[in-house]
Write a protein that binds this ligand. Structure first.
Ligand code: ADP
Ligand code: MG
Length: 238
């Protein structure tokens, strides 16, 4: 049975897209993984996955008149099925976010794990639907009080729709930060589920510039190890 995860956060730039592709590649060693860029307003997964010139994207599936099939927007990359989203503002405005429900349902037939790279802010239909459609959320946070506060709001929202918390990825953790304190905070606020502390890493930025997920570009980097650890702790249901 498929399990769908929304990779979410309160604000932009916490590392959702980086995490989505890293977790996806780690899980793809064991499962059929489909990654969807559901951040339809600020899509950028295509730049992280070498899909800048994808002809058909999620936007086309969300615009009825475009008349394309779901499989036309699926690209096999890095051992995963990847559905990128386009970057055109006009397409975003023409898209019907509610159609995401059908796209997800159709993709769910052919995969074990669905990862939805989700928008940052709550408040609009396109922003919240990935969280509503998912079974569990992975919250990506920086280990700071404002970021924790944002993450808690996302969690509260998810729980109100029956979406559970899979855990928290603390990202961009600097060497001087106290990892034990971070884990303790995860325990206190997010039910004990710190999935990993991912270090600040030049390799993450280099991977993005190369248009490759971190686990393809620098599989031996400590940040890649941390993402593999997070993926193992997700305990995907079979
Ligand atoms: P989001 O999808 O949440 O907006 P991204 O995954 O696009 O965030 O990351 C935002 C920026 O931060 C990117 O330029 C990315 O390369 C960088 N970044 C993310 N995680 C790390 C990290 N652990 N170390 C260094 N840079 C990172
Ligand atoms: Mg993103």
């Amino acid at each position: 049975m498929v399990e769908a995860f929304a990779v979410a956060s309160g604000k932009g730039g916490t590392g959702k897209t980086t995490s989505t592709l890293a977790l996806g590649m780690a899980l793809a060693t064991e499962y059929d993984v489909t990654v969807i860029d559901a951040d339809t307003g600020m899509a950028n997964l295509l730049f992280h996955a070498g899909l800048d010139d994808a002809d058909v994207t999620l936007h086309d599936l969300l615009i009825e008149e475009r008349d394309v099939q779901v499989e036309d927007a699926v690209y096999e990359r890095f051992g995963m099925s990847v559905v990128p989203c386009g970057t055109s503002l006009a397409s975003f405005e023409a898209a019907d976010p509610a159609r995401l429900r059908d796209v997800v349902a159709e993709l769910a037939h052919d995969t074990d794990v669905l990862l939805l790279d989700s928008p940052a802010a709550l408040g609009s239909k396109s922003a919240v639907l990935p969280i509503v459609l998912a079974d569990r959320i992975v919250v990506v946070l920086q280990p700071t009080v404002p970021s924790l506060s944002d993450g808690l709001k996302v969690q509260e929202y998810a729980h109100s729709y029956g979406t559970d918390t899979a855990g928290v990825v603390f990202n961009r953790v600097r060497p001087d930060e106290n990892v034990d304190r971070i884990a303790e905070q995860a325990g206190r606020y997010f039910g004990g589920q710190a999935l990993a502390s991912v270090p600040e890493s030049d390799a993450v930025r280099a991977a993005r510039r190369a248009g490759e997920p971190l686990l393809a570009h620098a599989p031996d980097d400590p940040a890649a190890d941390a993402f593999r650890e997070a993926a193992a702790r997700l305990d995907v249901r079979d």
